[in-house]
Design a protein around this ligand. Structure first.
Ligand code: SF4
Length: 452
């Protein structure tokens, strides 16, 4: 991949886990949303559940998540009590014969919860919801707070996938980010997961962290490769201390310079290619036989708030503070603060505060943007038929804006389609931005992380 292109296209932009993006959310009209959910669930539907478990025992200084830092496990008991009420509300809104095909625990640190608390959570979910026996049930794991008992507690209720936060294995880097986890700890987690029969494991790695150098990062990639994960997510560290004040704790002088950071990215991409991983898109890689890689090949890949997914057509309900739901034509988000979320649930059973109902134009553009992000192509005839428009005329302006990408060898605009070349995998966000009507209407880009 050309360093010049990376530099040229490394601008702030959305990750398009949704369109419109969350920065467009407005105060939600609860009654209309409630009516919409009831109407939508007069028939049984397939459902995905995201549960936000915000607690962490200590703060990693690079963190960009919505967290509650505490060592008090009792807080998680209180949280679960409120969560049970939120799950009950969800169960009331769903058709009695709904089918939960996907469950994801994110955070925060889900494994901050003790095995007893995790069992309690699993039990609650099965008590109120119809969790499919073959559901994809995944959990984000922090190696520093994980034991075999945690795993048993989750597997007893269906957990069958894991994502491990590895980040970087170098001692200096770990000190600089305030997250000490020796490699042996990550290795131990991987061995425990594999021994227990967890067949799908993702490793999260971050580039652009303080004290990272090409050599040190290569060691991290070697260590990751040795663990033989099925998927790798290699994220760019987004330094936004004006949004995440904790990042001010990182020493600016320790951060790699922009060209060094881009070199780390290039190293990672080369490394993954040599390892035989398939580049799914943006920062995600998978083994060729992994479901994500197969879906990419079959053009059935999907994208939701958790990133790339193989399951399509599921209504996604977010539970817990700050979580976002995507159901039919609606996006809606819970209060971000712990007190606001729990008081709202206690008062009225839900904590919806912001969101939006998609317009016809939003739905059309969401479809087009998701095709770019997941299928890397647009077939005009299909878009025209599906949305009852002449796609070439409707998007004439956008297709013109694709010219620079074509000149740079990133894609081809043919009379009947847009085809994104393999080089374009790194620039999917930039290509999608051309079709984003909200960005087009703004004079300045809202604060997003950089696209590469
Ligand atoms: S464990 Fe994860 S969520 Fe918690 S502070 Fe560290 S990076 Fe943030």
């Amino acid at each position: 991949m050309s360093a010049e292109l990376i530099k040229k296209y490394n601008v702030p932009g959305p990750r398009y886990t949704s369109y419109p993006t969350a920065v467009e959310f407005q105060p939600v009209e609860r009654e209309s949303l409630q009516r919409y959910l009831i109407d939508r669930n007069v028939v049984p539907r397939d459902v995905s559940i995201y549960i936000h478990l915000p607690f962490c025992a200590s703060l990693c200084w690079y963190c960009g998540c919505t967290t509650v830092i505490t060592k008090n496990k009792g807080q998680a008991d209180e949280y679960l009590k409120v969560l049970e009420k939120e799950i009950k509300t969800l169960a009331r809104n769903l058709h009695p014969e709904h089918n939960v095909r996907q469950v994801h625990y994110g955070g925060g640190t889900p494994t901050f919860l003790s095995p007893v608390q995790l069992r309690h959570l699993g039990k609650m979910l099965h008590k109120y919801l119809n969790i499919d026996l073959n559901a994809e049930y995944s959990v984000e794991i922090d190696p520093r707070s994980f034991t075999e008992s945690h795993l048993e507690a989750m597997m007893d209720y269906g957990m069958n996938r894991a994502s491990i936060g590895m980040q970087d294995v170098n001692d200096e880097v770990q000190k600089a980010i305030h997250r000490i986890q020796p490699f042996s700890m990550v290795e131990g987690v991987m061995n425990t997961l594999r021994k227990a029969g967890i067949s799908s494991v993702n490793l999260d790695i971050i580039y652009g962290l303080p004290k990272q150098t090409s050599e040190r990062f290569k060691n991290t990639l070697d260590a990751a490769a040795a663990l033989q994960a099925d998927r790798f997510a290699i994220y760019s560290y987004a330094h936004v201390p004006w949004i995440k004040p904790a990042q001010k704790l990182l020493e600016d002088k320790d951060l790699p310079a922009p060209n060094e950071k881009l070199q780390l990215l290039q190293d990672a991409i080369d490394y993954m290619e040599k390892l035989g991983m398939v580049h799914i898109g943006m920062d995600h890689f998978a083994r060729p036989d992994d479901e994500l890689a197969v879906s990419l090949k079959n053009k059935t890949l999907q994208r939701n708030f958790q990133g790339y997914s193989t399951l399509s057509g599921l209504d996604l309900y977010g539970l817990g503070m700050s979580s976002i739901s995507s159901v039919g034509d609606y996006y809606f988000q819970n209060y971000k603060g712990l007190d606001d979320w729990s008081q709202s649930i206690e008062r009225r059973g839900d904590a919806w505060v912001k969101g939006l109902k998609l317009t016809g134009d939003d739905r059309l553009r969401r479809d087009v943007i998701m095709q770019i992000m997941c299928s890397r192509s647009l077939v005009f005839k299909d878009v025209s038929q599906k949305w009852n428009i002449n796609a070439v005329e409707f998007f004439a302006n956008e297709l013109k804006q694709l010219q620079p990408f074509e000149d740079d060898g990133i894609l081809k605009v043919a009379p009947d389609s847009v085809e994104i070349y393999p080089e374009g995998r790194h620039f999917l966000r930039n290509i999608a931005m051309v079709f984003d009507e909200y960005l087009a209407q703004k004079s300045t880009t809202p604060t997003y992380s950089k696209t590469i």
